[in-house]
Ligand binder design. Structure first.
Ligand code: AKG
Length: 290
């Protein structure tokens, strides 16, 4: 499916801070991606390149934690074939009112039965190392997901709440996964309205970089996997004196010595007004589709 957003969907995103869609990924792709997730969590990096953040590996990591790897597209063209899609780049740019979209990072996330929560956060809180400090995320369910299986939770209208400039609390398995968000709601004198992203496999949600979100423990008997594309504006630049904040220590390694340009080889442009797209992406995508 090629995604084309309607004006009504864009208006809803601007009001609520998120948008839920169905059928973004077909079932053949979802099945293939679930298999690639297994391999990546076993340390099978097809291209020979290690992803930027490997937070969980089979037989080495805590089985009760939600599994996560960031920038799996660099290791696995099947992941790349989805997260490098031009239509997703265009949709993110439209929702963010950006001139274009680069991939900032992907996340492969797997939460088996009984695996623990992800703490509520605002994505932009991690991003002091580039400007404009904006991220917009497409979260794609690879299983039928529900409140019980610990699906993504989004707080309506919270993209207009105060901005956290440094992330607080634990990301993986905090003692109370909603606590930091509830404190933020109190500061706004608002009741947090939680929306659970309950979609069949292949369905997705888009959320704004300041929208509060997190997810609970998987209390079902089935796995809950998601492939996440975090987009950044195509005109983003490094901020050298903030490379130590948030995810800067990981992604700051890609900064040029002599300038603040964000290099397309590591943060490719998926779509830009005028039709530009980083050369070389089609080769990655066709490596997966054959
Ligand atoms: O899948 C989850 O539980 C968390 C995902 C997330 O934090 C994100 O997509 O920004």
């Amino acid at each position: 499916m090629t995604l084309r957003l309607t004006n009504d969907q864009i208006d809803r995103f601007n009001t609520e801070g998120f948008l839920i869609v169905e059928g973004l990924v077909d079932q053949k792709t979802a099945v293939q991606l679930r298999e690639r997730f297994d391999r990546l969590f076993q340390g099978d990096f097809h291209t020979g390149i290690k992803p930027d953040e490997v937070n969980w590996q089979e037989a080495k990591s805590d089985p009760h934690l939600t599994r996560q790897i960031c920038n799996a597209w660099k290791a696995d063209p099947w992941v790349g074939a989805t997260v490098l899609r031009e239509d997703l780049g265009r949709a993110i740019a439209q929702l963010g009112s950006w001139p274009g979209t680069r991939i900032a990072q992907d996340n492969i996330i797997s939460k088996p039965p009984d695996a623990r929560a992800i703490g509520y956060h605002q994505d932009n809180a991690y991003l002091g190392w580039y400007t404009p400090r904006e991220m917009l995320t497409c979260w794609i369910a690879l299983d039928d997901v529900s409140k019980e299986s610990g699906t993504l939770e989004l707080i309506t209208g919270s993209h207009r709440w105060r901005r956290q400039h440094n992330p607080e609390g634990e990301f993986h398995d905090p003692p109370d996964y909603r606590q930091i968000m509830e404190q933020a709601a109190d500061a706004e004198k608002q009741d947090a309205k939680v929306t659970y992203v309950e979609v069949p496999s292949g369905g997705a949600s888009f959320h704004h970089g300041w929208t509060w979100h997190g997810s609970g423990m998987n209390e079902s008997t089935t796995e809950r996997r998601a492939l996440v594309l975090h987009g950044m504006p195509s005109n983003a630049q490094f901020v050298p004196n903030h490379l130590r904040s948030g995810t800067g220590p990981v992604y700051g390694r890609y900064k040029h010595l002599n300038d603040c340009e964000i290099d397309e080889n590591y943060f490719p442009i998926l779509w830009q007004q005028g039709g530009y797209r980083t050369p070389g992406l089609e080769a990655i995508m066709s490596a997966a589709t054959g």
